[in-house]
Design a protein around this ligand. Structure first.
Ligand code: NAP
Length: 283
């Protein structure tokens, strides 16, 4: 039951239609018996500044930020955590007595997806990242932060891969890095330990879309990760699995970034399996 002491959490974005965050966070709130509620706020672009000011005015304790505001929200915050600064994007805001601090929990989301769900240690390994959009930025920082040895980023639009890589190289000069167009993948695939597909190719409803990597190019000493989790096995994961590679979809990233956000707001980590069951029943 809500009362005058009920604390507010929420997600901002525009539009918000696809977000699973209210489902996950309200489930955790209920399980833990907290006097909180998590809502969606579809803030129109021209009202973003006023929306953020409203968090202070209404004492909204915690906010997730989704597309298209992960970068645009930064100028309106009081402080940005160093990892979020490196990514250049905020997906979680903590409100401490009107002081708003931005975090990027996608970074730990990617790490725990790979290391916990994939049982794969990032340190000392070589990675190929496909795609250079918003998700790729958090993937690269997560890999670098956790001691990747070499990183290759390939993208349909080469200049975007170059720009991303230049930023990572400036932050992590000791790591060997290369960027290029997607067609370069065969020579790189032979020397990496992990491939992370950050493109939306194969995502529902276009589930039969041809993957970037030809099935014959995979080898069995690879972990292949697709950030897409609907469907649970995309065309790239199917091809990789058939070639004997270990495969992993992106559901863990969704879960772990949310768990970290909830921990930042409440000090409590929700149980991952109960969230996993929820999402699996939902998609
Ligand atoms: P984005 O910023 O729009 O970037 C998309 C990237 O994919 C760009 O590099 C784009 O290349 C490339 N791409 C798109 N269509 C392509 C095609 N047909 N062929 C080749 N390359 C293509 O999107 P995003 O925010 O990074 O999200 C990417 C995917 O990750 C989405 O499917 C999203 O659902 C998923 N995701 C999952 C999680 C999770 O928690 N599991 C979190 C974030 C994102 P260009 O630069 O050439 O346009």
């Amino acid at each position: 039951m809500f009362d005058v002491n009920t604390e507010l959490l929420g997600v901002i974005g525009y539009p918000l239609g696809h977000s699973l965050s209210p489902l996950l966070h309200n489930h955790a709130i209920k399980e833990l018996g907290l006097n909180m509620v998590y809502l969606g706020f579809a803030i129109k672009p021209e009202l973003l500044k006023e929306g953020v000011q409203g968090f202070r005015a209404l004492n909204i304790k915690g906010i997730n930020v989704t597309i298209p505001y992960k970068e645009k929200v930064i100028p309106f915050l009081d402080e940005v955590d160093s990892l979020a600064s490196k990514v250049g994007a905020v997906n979680t805001i903590v409100n401490k007595q009107g002081d708003l601090k931005g975090y990027n929990t996608d970074v730990i989301g990617v790490q725990r997806l790979i290391e916990d769900d994939g049982n794969f240690k990032i340190k000392g390994k070589k990675a190929l990242v496909l795609g250079a959009g918003g998700a790729s930025r958090a993937v690269g920082i997560s890999l670098c932060q956790n001691g990747i040895k070499e990183i290759y980023v390939l993208n349909r639009t080469e200049t975007k891969a170059e720009k991303l890589l230049n930023n990572w190289q400036r932050l992590y000069p000791e790591i060997k890095m290369e960027s290029g167009v997607l067609s370069l993948y065969p020579s790189i695939l032979a020397k990496v330990d992990i491939v992370i597909d950050t493109t939306p190719i194969g995502m529902a409803p276009d589930i039969e879309a041809e993957p970037i990597i030809d099935a014959k190019s995979f080898h069995s000493n690879l972990l292949v990760v697709d950030l897409v989790y609907n469907p649970t096995e995309t065309t790239i994961l199917k091809a990789a699995r058939q070639a004997g590679a270990q495969v992993l979809n992106g559901m863990g990233m969704l879960l772990y970034q949310g768990i970290e956000a909830f921990r930042l707001w409440t000090g409590i980590e929700p149980e991952v399996q109960s969230w996993r069951d929820l999402v699996e029943n939902f998609i």
